[in-house]
Write a protein that binds this ligand. Structure first.
Ligand SMILES: Nc1nc2c(ncn2[C@@H]2O[C@H](COP(=O)(O)OP(=O)(O)OP(=O)(O)O)[C@@H](O)[C@H]2O)c(=O)[nH]1
Length: 319
């Protein structure tokens, strides 16, 4: 270990002083990976007793951390695999940089420089604050994204999100020549629910319908709220007949549901319009939505409580 004068006079002494007392950890190894220098900050970061490290190699330090569960947060389940990993990456390039977390939650930016002489220098900078800010920022962005894509009342994807998924699905279906279906569902006589039982009861019905759809659709089907009492469903890689069967089953099951919290024996129904994409046609979201809307309009006009499919300009009903 270098002997440091308390009052550095020359440039070399100033640099020695700096390296010894900087807040960043520094360790230098020879070509055989033996410690030839480690500063005060290095000992402090890893909770090491410098006097007990005489003759240590890098492996002794790594083993000490693994055995004492101190320093680096090691996620390997055996010392051998952890050492094998470090050996595979250490000295693999003249300069490497990586981030690592410590057992006490701090984060370090580690720079490793290997010299042609075989000397290796490790430099450790505490980036805990920066990492914390980065994580908080990531969380905040995820939260904002969720808010921007989610309908507050029902917690389903909102119109903007469902349209963007619709667009993605359309491109995917065209690329892989898959069929997919798009449906628009609308609760029947919803205005009457609000008028008779009040707006909060209407909200309760919207939440119920959202959960009901989510519970009765496959996990890969995407359902969202696109307007007041209007919902959209994307059925990826689904044939029109299959999507019709699903909606028919949902329609029947909903008929048996009773929402006692609104009124004894309260029940409601929905109407729907369904359309399938033709992979060979360059259709766009607007056109498909218009077709589904047209089928929905016909379902409403035909007496409600039914789903109609739009196909070759003919409308075929399911009960
Ligand atoms: N409670 C509640 N009501 C809403 C919400 N958004 C829209 N509405 C109401 O939904 C009702 C929709 O009424 P209409 O478009 O006439 O449709 P409807 O009464 O369902 O009739 P049909 O669709 O023809 O069967 C309106 O009264 C809106 O005020 C909401 O978030 N909560």
């Amino acid at each position: 270990m270098a002997l440091i004068k308390s009052q550095p006079a020359t440039l070399l002494e100033v640099m020695e002083h700096h390296i010894q007392f900087t807040e960043n950890g520094i360790a230098v190894f020879d070509a055989e990976d033996r410690f030839i220098f480690h500063n005060q900050a290095f000992d402090c970061i890893f909770g090491l007793d410098a006097s007990a490290m005489e003759g240590w190699t890098q492996d002794d330090w790594l083993t000490w951390m693994y055995v004492h569960r101190g320093g680096v947060n090691i996620e390997w389940d055996s010392l051998e695999s952890w050492l094998a990993y470090v050996h595979s990456v250490s000295r693999s390039k003249p300069f490497r940089r990586f981030e690592t977390d410590l057992m006490d939650g701090r984060w370090l930016l580690v720079s490793e420089q290997t010299y042609p002489s075989g000397h290796l220098v490790l430099h450790f900078a505490d980036i805990t604050l920066q990492k914390k800010t980065e994580m908080e920022l990531k969380e905040a962005i995820a939260k904002i994204e969720h808010i921007a894509q989610t309908d507050e009342l029902t917690n389903l994807p909102n119109r903007r999100h469902i349209l963007s998924r619709f667009h993605e699905e359309l491109l995917r279906a065209a690329r892989y020549k898959h069929e997919f279906c798009f449906g628009i569902l609308d609760i029947d006589h919803f205005k009457l629910v609000n008028d008779k039982y009040g707006h909060p009861a209407g909200d309760e019905v919207l939440r119920h319908f959202s959960k009901f759809l989510r519970d009765h659709l496959r996990s890969q089907d995407i359902v969202g709220r696109v307007g007041g009492e209007e919902f959209a469903i994307l059925f990826p890689e689904t044939k029109l007949d299959d999507a019709l069967l699903v909606l028919s089953r949902i329609n029947e099951t909903l008929r048996k549901e009773r929402l006692g919290q609104i009124a004894p024996d309260f029940s409601y129904s929905f109407s729907g319009g369904l359309v399938s994409s033709e992979p060979d046609l360059m259709e766009d979201c607007t056109l498909l939505m218009a077709k589904a809307d047209k089928a929905l309009y016909q379902a409403k006009n035909g007496g409600r409580n039914r789903v109609l499919r739009y196909q070759d300009d003919s409308l075929i009903s399911i009960p």
